[in-house]
Design a protein around this ligand. Structure first.
Ligand code: SAM
Ligand code: SF4
Length: 336
């Protein structure tokens, strides 16, 4: 059977997977406390990293199985030296529904140099992480004094016309939960969509505590105290619950992955920078597509491996279960 006749990436619960997250590197220019340890990060060996051709081939197989959306992430995806070529090659991949929907999640530090070439190569959208507007706090949170560079990156993304631009903030109690309203105001002023994310147990340092987490409910209360909100709902399988600020066209989103899990409509699969295919951020098993590929597997065999991995997907992440175990890889090595 040719891969074009495969039944797609449908799991035991009927979820069809259309969104592929590709991690371009596990390296990063920041060291966010909730994501990476200060030092001693066990980097992936360079011989294990997929080449651009290998990555694009796997993406092509995924497209033949129904994937229509690719998000590039990491680590910091803009640290990959050939990121513009990766975008160009993925943008050129044909799908029966036209070009792929191609987006990127970034800390924005390299956007002043790369926003225009990325747009010209075919990137559709960017999501930028911004947890604080205070320089000293940014330094504390990311262990690097680079707030000005992130802000310059946001301006660069606006200047080249990416739309929509979403800003993502991870909210932590006693760290940046007093900035929720300021971040919303910052985004509204610039015509951007602010989204707040619940902290998930994925940090390299294993510091997550359920009882310390700021919940989506608390985030909404904080926003509503200043900006009256009207629910807009969910956009298909997208994780954010969206709200319109009453009387305006501005929207804000809350990604309550822990307290309002959206696993039942999840349509995401992941490819790590070292070629491991994952059916969930929290999965413990991975499918080693890199070895298959380098051992000479044809596309049909690669498609079969992707389908077998998706078939094993669990109904949910199980964070609330007493036997929950954090995955061995940190977020920076899975691809957020
Ligand atoms: N370096 C890029 C960036 O920061 O946008 C892309 C990779 S980063 C891992 C992607 C997203 O994951 C960021 O928005 C970050 O805030 C989020 N993230 C990292 N660790 C997280 C955690 N433990 N819980 C929830 N989100 C997390
Ligand atoms: Fe780097 Fe993004 Fe992780 Fe921060 S969240 S350390 S910017 S990968």
């Amino acid at each position: 059977m040719s891969v074009h006749e495969e039944p797609g990436l449908v799991d035991r619960y009927g979820r069809a997977h259309r969104d592929l997250r590709i991690s371009l590197t596990d390296r990063c220019s920041l060291r966010c406390t909730y994501c990476m340890p200060a030092d001693g990060v066990p980097w992936l060996a360079s011989s294990t990293l997929l080449t651009t051709d290998e990555m694009v081939r796997l993406a092509r197989v995924a497209v033949s199985l129904g994937v229509r959306e690719v998000r590039l992430t990491g680590g910091e995806p803009l640290l990959r030296p050939d990121v513009v070529d990766v975008v160009g090659a993925l943008a050129a991949l044909p799908t029966p529904d036209g070009p792929l929907d191609l987006s990127l999640t970034t800390n924005a530090l390299r956007l002043p140099a790369l926003a225009a070439p990325l747009r010209d190569a075919g990137l559709d959208r960017v999501n930028i992480s911004l947890d604080t507007l205070q320089r000293s706090r940014f330094l504390e949170l990311t262990r690097r004094d680079r707030l000005a560079d992130t802000l310059a990156g946001i301006e660069a993304a606006r200047a080249v016309g990416f739309a929509p631009i979403k800003l993502n903030a991870l909210v932590m109690r006693g760290v940046n939960d007093d900035e929720i309203v300021d971040l919303v105001a910052f985004a509204i002023d610039r015509g951007l969509e602010m989204r707040f994310i619940e902290h998930m147990p994925l940090d390299g340092g294993h510091t997550w505590r359920r009882e310390e987490m700021v919940t989506g409910e608390e985030i909404l209360e904080a926003i509503s105290a200043r900006f009256p909100l009207e629910p807009v709902g969910h956009d298909g399988a997208a994780p954010a619950e969206t709200f319109r600020i009453a009387g305006t066209t501005s929207t804000v989103g809350v990604i309550a992955s822990v307290t309002r899990a959206f696993c039942d409509r999840c349509d995401r699969v992941r490819l790590t920078a070292d070629g491991q295919f994952r059916n969930c951020l929290f999965a413990h098993d991975e499918s080693d597509l890199r070895s298959l590929l380098r051992d000479g597997a044809d596309d049909a065999r690669l498609a079969q491996a992707m389908q077998a991995c998706v078939a094993q997907k669990r109904p949910g992440h199980g964070i609330d279960s007493p036997d929950f175990l954090q995955p061995a890889r940190p977020m920076s090595a899975i691809g957020g």
